[in-house]
Ligand binder design. Structure first.
Ligand SMILES: CC(C)(COP(=O)(O)OP(=O)(O)OC[C@H]1O[C@@H](n2cnc3c(N)ncnc32)[C@H](O)[C@@H]1OP(=O)(O)O)[C@@H](O)C(=O)NCCC(=O)NCCS
Length: 140
């Protein structure tokens, strides 16, 4: 798993430096306040799963979420990744930056480990009861 950190006023926490042990986190600050975060899981030969995107309510609709996604993509692109995907309830945020809707079955089976404990996962991931949609982005 990887969390990419972005801070406008301070550096990423040194106890969790970028991509050490495959981890990085992406947290946006204003002053000392965290206003948004986004993570990604690097699936070695497969692609990057964008996860845990969130913006503090009063900072929403100001482009924070979009920028967090784009900066995750840029960092992972620099590592050579070309395929990005997510299961999300906020589809438009992803579509706005070039993602397309896809069939959840196109995504790596490994991501379903997160679905196992989801209260919306009544039977199978992406199936009846699931409130998320699959999106993906391929870079040239
Ligand atoms: C989803 C979320 C991170 C978006 O953050 P944000 O900083 O407001 O995003 P942006 O300002 O970059 O939004 C850009 C565009 O994405 C779309 N968008 C924003 N939030 C959306 C949402 N919750 N659902 C669907 N589309 C959304 C809109 O088209 C928006 O444009 P607008 O501001 O002109 O309406 C934020 O709404 C949030 O934290 N929601 C709760 C947690 C959540 O659902 N996370 C998604 C998990 S995958």
């Amino acid at each position: 798993m990887s969390w990419i950190s972005i801070a406008s006023s301070e550096d990423p926490p040194q106890d969790n430096p970028p991509f050490e042990s495959g981890r990085e986190r992406d947290i946006r600050h204003t002053g000392d306040e965290v206003i948004g975060a986004c993570g990604c899981k690097l699936w070695a030969d497969e692609g990057v799963e964008i996860i845990s995107l969130v913006t503090l309510t009063r900072f929403q609709h100001q482009g924070v979420g979009t920028r967090l996604i784009l900066e995750n993509i840029k960092k992972c692109k620099d590592l050579g990744f070309k395929w990005f995907f997510a299961m999300t309830v906020a589809v438009d945020v992803f579509l706005n930056v070039g993602f397309k809707k896809t069939d959840y079955q196109n995504l790596p089976l490994k991501i379903w480990v997160d679905c196992a404990s989801c209260p919306h996962n009544e039977s199978d991931p992406g199936g009846k009861g699931c409130n998320e949609e699959a999106v993906e982005l391929w870079l040239d």
